[in-house]
Design a protein around this ligand. Structure first.
Ligand SMILES: Nc1ncnc2c1ncn2[C@@H]1O[C@H](COP(=O)(O)OP(=O)(O)OP(=O)(O)O)[C@@H](O)[C@H]1O
Ligand SMILES: [Mg+2]
Length: 362
């Protein structure tokens, strides 16, 4: 039995790990998420650039018979990083080993994982920015030379034993590419930043999911759910399931515009797709701090959340939607934020001209 037999299942809770940054889900919901995960690059909706680039990286290497370069995906939760990692393995016809940064606390954990890889395997490290430093240093050599140095003993008598490992492709995922050290980032041959999805792309995601789940989804219902999904496929799929519940219990089962609107009201998802936490952050910024600037930790305390949650889950979308600006002095509410809350912006509020995500919408 090796250490990594435990680490292979990324969905299993890891000892001492904090609550995941992704909104919490019950196990049944996670099962549905697995069902809805695209399996091949051709099924993966949106992220056209990333998809095209990835296709070149993978098929270029396949044609030459080389091991493809290591790949890093960064971006907010729920945009498809884990899905793409699985897809890489599928496209290469390789097996995938899954672990995460927090699980690799000791270099030994990583060494066991690496030495068990078969030639051509994909190793997926989720939350790679949370890997402990000694393990990270071991990873440098592994990525570059497919070798690890195992240190035996302590002090002057310590010796290091080089250990060959099979050529593999590392896929890393992170919601915080800024927290990655330079040397680690430099060892990835291909880095992709995941963007929020357009409403049209989310509509495709929702239609595909409705087909798989057997939901009676009408065109206007699909448009409405897509529009309110915060640019995020995971949220789109979740809203689809919540609206389906509503349709089955309170209506005749068909997901129409009216049903979607009524359901999303019940679930506290507003016109822009902002959820309760998004609105709490904007509300605190505007009401308690007069629009800012205010530091992210202060803002997090005001809404009773972890700063990392505010920073990695809420802010990227609020910035994208043109409601919040990150400035060197702190977070600032834009004119759109004041208006979204039904308040009159003060003279100093920035961003009149900031393009919003839904600039094309009335
Ligand atoms: N491009 C896509 N097309 C269709 N469905 C998608 C796409 N991207 C993501 N999804 C759906 O969203 C769910 C979440 O995606 P995934 O787990 O890959 O996100 P993630 O970026 O790894 O998130 P996290 O940072 O929270 O780990 C998937 O189960 C899948 O159903
Ligand atoms: Mg993931």
């Amino acid at each position: 039995m090796h250490e990594d037999d435990r680490a292979v299942d990324a969905s299993a809770p890891l000892p001492g790990e904090e609550v995941s940054l992704a909104p919490q889900q019950e196990t049944a919901e996670q099962d549905v998420e697995t069902t809805l995960r695209p399996r091949r690059l051709s099924e993966f909706v949106g992220q056209a650039r990333v998809r095209e680039q990835l296709e070149l990286v993978l098929h270029g290497a396949l044609n030459r018979g080389d091991q493809p370069d290591h790949v890093l995906f960064s971006g907010p939760p729920g945009l498809g990083k884990t899905s793409l990692a699985m897809i890489i393995a599928a496209e290469l016809g390789a097996s995938i080993r899954v672990t995460s940064g927090p699980a690799l606390e000791r270099p030994g954990d990583l060494a066991a994982m690496l030495s068990n890889l078969a030639e051509g395997d994909v190793l997926f490290i989720d939350e790679i920015h949370r890997i402990a430093r000694p393990a990270e240093e071991m990873l440098y050599l592994a990525m570059e030379d497919f070798r690890v140095d195992i240190v035996v003993g302590k002090g002057p008598g310590a010796t290091s034993i080089p250990l060959e490992i099979a050529p593999f492709t590392l896929v890393g995922a992170t919601t915080r590419s800024g927290s990655l050290t330079g040397p680690l980032r430099d060892r990835f041959g291909f880095t992709a930043h995941m963007e929020f999805y357009s409403p049209a792309e989310l509509e495709l995601v929702i239609r595909r999911s409705a087909g798989i789940l057997g939901v009676d989804l009408r065109d206007d219902g699909a448009v409405e759910i897509a529009r309110r999904s915060r640019g995020t496929p995971r949220i789109a799929n979740r809203l689809l399931r919540r609206v389906r519940d509503f349709a089955e219990v309170r209506a005749d089962g068909a997901v129409t515009l009216e049903v979607a609107r009524a359901a999303l009201e019940v679930y506290d998802v507003d016109e822009f797709g902002l959820d309760r936490l998004d609105r709490a952050v904007l509300g605190a910024l505007v009401r308690s701090f007069n629009g800012g600037p205010v530091g992210v930790s202060t803002l997090a305390v005001a809404v009773g959340e972890e700063p990392t949650t505010v920073e990695e889950v809420c802010e990227p979308y609020l910035v994208r939607a043109g409601m919040l600006a990150r400035t060197p002095r702190g977070r600032v509410a834009t004119v759109s934020a004041w208006q979204h809350l039904g308040l009159v912006p003060p003279q100093h509020a920035p961003g009149e001209g900031l393009p919003g995500l839904f600039a094309e919408d009335p």
